[in-house]
Design a protein around this ligand. Structure first.
Ligand SMILES: NC(=O)c1ccc[n+]([C@@H]2O[C@H](COP(=O)([O-])OP(=O)(O)OC[C@H]3O[C@@H](n4cnc5c(N)ncnc54)[C@H](O)[C@@H]3O)[C@@H](O)[C@H]2O)c1
Length: 264
């Protein structure tokens, strides 16, 4: 990894940069988080169920002079998640670091049906809640033995929790659950000096979200205080803040990053 004066300062200010775990890192926001953390000097453990995308993320981080390794796991599966956490911890130790932050970003939304609450298939409901809500619980649980004082957990919710996006009851409920989970984890991990927070992005242009509608590039732009579309990099700063030393007394909170479309 190339040390720039900027990353060197940040190393010192954060007391030595530990490894950041990012689930759902095969593309979209997960890849943007991986690159954002790597550019600040954090080693990255890129986790996803999709092995090809992980390799691309690791390559992108390497080309940006960062340090990353890829790990395949299904965040809904206990054995897979526990095994991944153990491997990631060994990777962190091999770099002389600990696991500093877990970013629970993996979710499904683009591949699910949008329909009224009466018409949602119960199997699909279970699948959405499984990945989007059980996943962050299971991943945090798997990493809990490896997290030490000063570690951070960052969960991804969605601004749809506040807008009550119609035809998407399972997705919105799963993300509302993430906010509740965050508050409980903040209390249960707080006595270990571990911070747990949520980022709730507004509609952001990723490959997955782009496919949701024809007017994706202009969707919501006029409703926002800031009149432009949200790009993945727009969400990264909040994660860097929540993983860094400047948020050490912030826990159990949700930061909406949506250019001012919702005020909570
Ligand atoms: N893009 C947006 O507009 C937007 C808005 C609000 C919230 N979010 C949230 O941000 C996060 C990232 O969104 P995105 O647009 O990058 O989505 P994305 O679909 O590009 O990324 C999600 C990743 O999760 C992975 N994944 C799915 N199931 C998994 C499983 N069982 N185990 C491990 N990995 C699994 C997928 O392979 C994928 O790489 C999600 O939590 C999403 O709900 C996105």
């Amino acid at each position: 990894m190339v040390e720039t004066p900027e990353t060197s300062d940040l190393h010192q200010s954060s007391g030595g940069l530990g490894t950041v775990v990012i689930t759902g890192a095969a593309g979209g926001l997960g890849r943007a988080f991986a690159l954002g953390f790597a550019r600040r000097g954090y080693p990255v453990a890129a986790v996803d169920i999709a092995p090809d995308g992980i390799e691309e993320t690791v390559q992108a981080v390497t080309e940006a002079n960062g340090t990353a390794a890829g790990f395949t796991a299904d965040v809904t599966d206990t054995a897979s998640t526990n095994s991944m956490a153990q491997q990631v911890n060994e990777y962190a130790q091999s770099l002389g670091t600990t696991v500093h932050a877990v970013v629970n970003n993996a979710a499904i939304y683009a591949t699910i049906n949008r329909s009224s609450f009466e018409d949602i298939d119960p199997d699909e409901w279970d699948k959405v809640l499984g990945v989007n809500l059980k996943g962050p619980w299971m991943v945090t649980r798997a990493f809990s033995p490896y997290l030490t004082a000063g570690a951070k957990v960052i969960n991804l919710a969605s601004a749809t929790v506040y807008s009550g996006s119609e035809q998407w009851a399972h997705y919105v409920a799963s993300k509302a659950g993430v906010i509740g989970l965050t508050r409980v984890l903040a209390k249960e991990l707080g006595h270990r000096d571990i911070n747990v927070n949520t980022i709730a992005p507004g509609f952001t242009l990723t490959e997955a979200s782009y496919g949701l509608m024809d007017d994706a590039a202009s969707y919501g732009v006029q409703r926002g205080a800031l009149k432009r579309a949200s790009q993945p990099d727009d969400i990264v700063g909040a994660a860097l803040f929540l993983a860094g030393p400047d948020s050490s007394f912030v826990t159990g909170q949700t930061i909406v990053v949506d250019g001012g479309r919702q005020f909570i």
